[in-house]
Design a protein around this ligand. Structure first.
Ligand code: GLP
Length: 252
């Protein structure tokens, strides 16, 4: 695991975007696993900029998003489908039919999960971008006694609903359920890029990267993956910097 702690968020964004871009340069038909939330916003902006400067084409790229709220249509401004169009897809040359998110409006949610898993099985992810929740969730895989491997419907934790309430007018409007890729699907990605920013993530980042590997902190399972790149701003990395464990920390 290579962990880089950045002095500035701009630099973090540029480096994370450069890693995504280089994946596409190396493999124009790359399969990218994408994430939502506030963490990737700057990365997508930097990626759009780099793509336009270098004339990088996403025409052959396929994307799979980690998750989607149950009950929000793609036109809803808080759906992840809407977010992805706004933040990235509308600004690069990727054909929309090559972009995939779970359909949170499916009448048969179980069948939708099977459909999503079949697609993922046929197109293994080259690079999966990940944020982390304050409770250690990845995608919407909440801490639990046992985690689900494949795509599934999950009940959101009160803490996750509260954390995401900032994007909605009122907390009651935050969906209570989501469809998420499971941890096994996430860990199948060839490479994982985990990004976290802000002092409020410092404790969970330390726990995930140096604590016990436990379903109580789903992000800790990333310790079992052979090719994880972690990019943190100095606030999110501050607990690691004071740690004398044998982590390979790079300061940038
Ligand atoms: C959300 C998403 C995750 C995201 C995480 C952190 O609920 N489902 O994919 O990584 O929580 O969000 P943020 O980046 O806004 O802190």
């Amino acid at each position: 695991m290579r962990i880089t702690i950045f002095d500035s968020n701009e630099e973090l964004d540029a480096r994370a975007a450069a890693l995504i871009a280089s994946t596409v340069v190396e493999r124009p038909a790359a399969v990218l696993g994408l994430a939502t939330g506030s963490t990737p916003v700057g990365i997508y902006k930097a990626l759009i900029r780099q793509a336009s400067q270098t004339k990088l084409s996403f025409a052959g790229v396929t994307t799979y998003n980690l998750d989607e709220y149950v009950g929000l249509p793609p036109e809803h401004d808080q759906s992840y489908a809407y977010y992805m169009k706004q933040q990235l897809f509308d600004h690069i040359d990727i054909p929309l039919e090559q972009t995939h998110l779970p359909n949170g409006m499916a009448t048969d949610l179980a069948a939708e999960c099977v459909r999503y898993d079949r697609m993922l099985a046929s197109q293994p992810i080259d690079l999966q971008l990940l944020g982390v929740g304050h409770n250690g969730h990845i995608g919407f895989n909440e801490p639990a006694e046992a985690l689900v491997g494949g795509t599934h419907v999950t009940d959101l934790e009160p803490a996750t609903i509260a954390a995401n309430a900032r994007f909605f007018e009122r907390e009651e409007l935050v969906p209570r359920q989501a469809i998420t890729m499971g941890v096994a699907s996430i860990l199948k990605a060839r490479q994982i890029l985990l990004v976290a920013r802000g002092a409020d993530k410092a404790q969970i980042v330390k726990q995930a990267l140096t604590g016990p590997i436990s379903t109580a902190c789903p992000a800790s399972l990333l310790q079992t993956h052979a090719h994880v790149t972690v990019m943190l701003d100095k606030e999110a990395g501050k607990e690691l910097m004071s740690d004398d464990s044998a982590l390979h920390l790079v300061y940038s």
